[in-house]
Design a protein around this ligand. Structure first.
Ligand code: ACO
Length: 320
C-alpha cells in the first residue's frame, strides 16, 4: 500500500510583530477584550517584500532542509492561498521560479483557511495513485492586505505567515485519510469582494467582510462533526489521537472541539495566541512549531482540521 508521508515541514513569520496594545492605539479595542474573546495576544504583519511567494519560499526552504531534499527532488508544487502575489501567474509558479526549478506542475488552491487541508488531500490522491512521488505543499496568506484596519470586529483577528510540508510516497503509514466538505450557501457569512475593480460594487470595500457570530457557530458545529466522521471512517476513537492540530482562528473554537473529542488541551497544538488567524498557513505553522520543539514525534497520530470562507472545511488523520 502506498502512503503519503510527511518528510519535513517549515514555516515563516513576517518580521514585524503587532501586539493587542499596539492595535488599541488605532482602533477602539483593548487587550482584555481580544484575549477573552479570541485568545489572541499578537500577530505578525508582512511588509511589502513579504508577499505570499516570498513567505512560501522561505517556509519551503526550511521544509526541504528538514526533509533533506533539494528543490530538484520535487515532482509537484501546490500552494493554498487566498492572497496571491498577482492575478496571474499563480503563486505556485512564482514559488517554483524562486526555488529555481522548472517543468514540474505547479498550481494554487483557493480554500481560505481550509487551504492547507485541501492541498494535503489533493496531494495525497496524486501520491496514492502512484502518479507523483514527491510534492511540496504550502499554505500561505497575507490577510493583512485585505483587512480593513479601521474595523475592530475583524482587524484584531488576523495575521500573516506561511507553512510548508514535503510529502513523499512511502510504504510506511502516513496520511490515513482526509475528508473535505463545502457549503456555498454560506457565501455571505465570510467573504472578500472581487479584487477586480471593474467587478466590485462601488459601495463595497475590498476587505474581509464577516458575520463573526455566524462563523463561530457554524465553525464549531462543522468541525465537531467532521472530526467524529474521520475517526469513524478509520474505526478509531479519540484515544488514538496524540495531537490535535486545529485551525488557529479562535481559542474558544479550538477548546470546543477539544471538549467534544474529550481531549485534554495538553494534546492540542495552539499558536493562535502569538500569530492570530493566518488562514491557510495556520495549521502548517502550528504543526511545524510542534515538530521542531519536539512535542510531535515520529510515529504519533495527528488530527488536522480547518474551516474557512465558503464555507469550506476539512480534516486529515495521519501518522507523522
Ligand atoms: N474590541 C472591543 N469590542 C469589540 C471588538 C473589539 N475588537 N469587536 C467587536 N466588539 C464589540 C461589538 O461591537 C459588540 O458591542 P455591542 O455589544 O455594544 O454591540 C461586542 O463587542 C460583542 O460583539 P460580538 O461580535 O457579539 O462578539 P463575539 O463574542 O461574537 O466575538 C468574535 C466576536 C471574536 C469575532 C467571534 O464572533 C468569533 O471569533 N467568530 C469567529 C470568527 C472567525 O474565527 N473568523 C475567522 C475566519 S473563519 C475561520 O477561520 C473559522
Amino acid at each position: 500500500m502506498v502512503y503519503s508521508r510527511i518528510l519535513g515541514t517549515g514555516s515563516y513569520l513576517p518580521k514585524r510583530v503587532v501586539t493587542n496594545d499596539e492595535l488599541a492605539q488605532t482602533v477602539d479595542t483593548n487587550d482584555e477584550w481580544i484575549v477573552t474573546r479570541t485568545g489572541i495576544r499578537s500577530r505578525h504583519i508582512s511588509d511589502a517584500e513579504e508577499t505570499s511567494s516570498y513567505m512560501g519560499y522561505h517556509a519551503s526552504l526550511r521544509a526541504l532542509e528538514a526533509a533533506q531534499l533539494k528543490a530538484e527532488d520535487l515532482d509537484m508544487i501546490i500552494v493554498a492561498t487566498t492572497t496571491p502575489d498577482k492575478g496571474l501567474p499563480n503563486t505556485a509558479c512564482l514559488l517554483q521560479d524562486r526555488l529555481g526549478v522548472t517543468y514540474i506542475p505547479a498550481f494554487d488552491i483557493t480554500a481560505a483557511c481550509a487551504g492547507f487541508v485541501y492541498a494535503l488531500s489533493v496531494a495525497d490522491q496524486y501520491i496514492r495513485t502512484g502518479m507523483i512521488k514527491t510534492i511540496l505543499i504550502v499554505g500561505v496568506d497575507v490577510l493583512s492586505a485585505v483587512t480593513n484596519w479601521a474595523d475592530r470586529s475583524t482587524c484584531v483577528l488576523f495575521g500573516d505567515g506561511a507553512g510548508a510540508a514535503i510529502l513523499q510516497a512511502s510504504d510506511k503509514p502516513g496520511i490515513l485519510s482526509t475528508v473535505l466538505r463545502a457549503d456555498g450557501r454560506q457565501k455571505d457569512s465570510l467573504y472578500i469582494p472581487s479584487l477586480l475593480p471593474g467587478q466590485r460594487k462601488a459601495e463595497e470595500l475590498p476587505y474581509i467582510h464577516m458575520n463573526g457570530r455566524e462563523v463561530f457557530k457554524f465553525a464549531v458545529r462543522a468541525l465537531e462533526k467532521i472530526v467524529e466522521e474521520i475517526l469513524a471512517d478509520n474505526g478509531l476513537s479519540q484515544d488514538a489521537i496524540d495531537w490535535l492540530i486545529p485551525h488557529q482562528a479562535n481559542l474558544r473554537i479550538i477548546t470546543a472541539i477539544a471538549e467534544k473529542l474529550n481531549l485534554s488541551m495538553d494534546k492540542v497544538v495552539t499558536s493562535v495566541e502569538k500569530y492570530a488567524n493566518t488562514s491557510a498557513a495556520s495549521v502548517p505553522i502550528a504543526m511545524d512549531e510542534a515538530i521542531r520543539d519536539g512535542r510531535i514525534k515520529r510515529g504519533q497520530t495527528l488530527l488536522l482540521e480547518a474551516i474557512g470562507g465558503g464555507f469550506m472545511w476539512g480534516a486529515a488523520l495521519l501518522v507523522y
